[in-house]
Design a protein around this ligand. Structure first.
Ligand code: ATP
Ligand code: MG
Length: 259
C-alpha cells in the first residue's frame, strides 16, 4: 500500500512545491512508483511537470466537484512520476463545497481509487489552512513541513502544528508528522544557523531532517526551465539532500512494512 505524504505549510514560498517535485523525481529515480497530486490553484507543480494548467480540461477540480474518476485526470510526466494536475479552477472548490457533506474527505475518496498503483503519493498543498489543506491532511499518512530558515517562517510553524493536532483528533488519527525539513538555508549567515538551532529547541518532539536544503539560485533556474534540480550542470548540496531524503523515506516505508 502506498505512503501518502503531504508537504504542508501555510507560509508561502518555503519550498513546498520544489520539495514535492524534486522528491518525487528522486523517488522515481530509485525505482519507486510515484504519484504527484497538485492541490494548489497556483498549479506550480503542474507547471513543473511541464503541463499548461489552463489547457487542461480534466483536473483535480473535476475530480473533487464533479465526481470524475481520478484516472481520467491522470497524466504521465517525462520525469518519472505521474501527476494529478490542477489549475486556477481549484480556487472555487472551497466556495462550492462550503455546505457539502464530508467536504473534508473529498481528496481521501479520490486517492482511494488510485493509491494501490503507487509506492508514494506526494501532495503539494497551498499556502493556507483552508479546506484544501484540511483535505490534504485528512488524506495523508504523514506530513513533511518545509520550513524556510528565517524568523517569520519559524513563527508560523506553531499554528500549523495546532491544525495537524486537530486533524489527528477529528479526521485522521493515523496522521503523523514525518518531520520538519529546513529549506532555503544559507550556511554563510548567522541568522540561518540561528534558526536551524531554534527549530530543534522549539520543537523538541518533532524530527528535524538532517538533510537541510541549502539556498541556491539553481533552484530558481531549474524551476524556470521546469526541470528537476538533478539535471543542473553544477550539482548543488540541496539536490543531494533531496536524494538522501528520498532514500530515507524508502527505508522508513520498508521498515514499516517489515521483511
Ligand atoms: N533551496 C532553494 N534555494 C533557492 N531558491 C529556492 C529553493 N527552494 C525553492 N526555491 C525557490 O523559492 C521559490 C518558492 O519555492 P516553492 O514554490 O517551492 O515554495 P512554495 O512553498 O511551494 O510556495 P507557495 O506557498 O507559493 O506554494 C521558487 O521560486 C523556488 O524556485
Ligand atoms: Mg507551492
Amino acid at each position: 500500500m502506498s505512503d501518502i505524504i503531504v508537504m504542508a505549510n501555510q507560509k508561502g514560498g518555503v519550498g513546498k512545491t520544489t520539495t514535492t517535485f524534486n522528491l518525487g523525481v528522486a523517488l522515481a529515480d530509485i525505482g519507486q512508483r510515484v504519484l504527484l497530486v497538485d492541490l494548489d490553484p497556483q498549479a506550480s507543480l503542474t507547471l513543473y511537470a511541464v503541463y499548461e494548467p489552463d489547457d487542461l480540461q480534466t483536473t483535480m477540480y473535476q475530480c473533487l466537484l464533479r465526481d470524475i474518476a481520478p484516472k481520467e485526470a491522470l497524466l504521465t510526466t517525462e520525469h518519472g512520476p505521474d501527476l494529478l494536475p490542477a489549475n486556477l479552477d481549484l480556487s472555487l472548490v472551497e466556495f462550492h463545497l462550503m455546505n457539502a457533506v464530508a467536504r473534508e474527505r473529498r481528496v481521501t475518496r479520490i486517492l482511494n481509487h488510485v493509491r494501490q498503483d503507487y509506492d508514494f503519493v506526494l501532495l503539494d498543498s497551498q499556502p493556507s489552512l483552508g479546506l484544501l489543506t484540511l483535505n490534504a491532511l485528512a488524506a495523508s499518512d504523514r506530513v513533511i513541513i518545509p520550513v524556510a530558515c528565517e524568523y517569520l517562517s519559524l513563527r508560523g510553524t506553531a499554528a500549523l502544528l495546532k491544525l495537524i493536532h486537530k486533524v489527528k483528533g477529528q479526521l485522521n488519527s493515523a496522521l503523523t508528522i514525518a518531520g520538519i525539513l529546513p529549506t532555503l538555508f544559507d550556511s554563510r549567515t548567522v541568522h540561518g544557523r540561528f534558526i536551524l538551532e531554534r527549530l530543534s529547541q522549539e520543537f523538541p518532539n518533532i524530527h528535524i531532517y538532517p538533510h537541510t536544503i541549502n539556498r541556491s539560485i539553481r533552484f530558481a533556474e531549474s524551476a524556470a526551465e521546469r526541470r528537476p534540480i538533478f539535471e543542473q550542470k553544477i550539482q548543488v548540496p540541496g539536490a543531494l539532500a533531496y536524494r538522501e531524503l528520498a532514500r530515507d523515506l524508502v527505508k522508513a516505508a520498508d521498515a514499516h512494512i517489515g521483511p
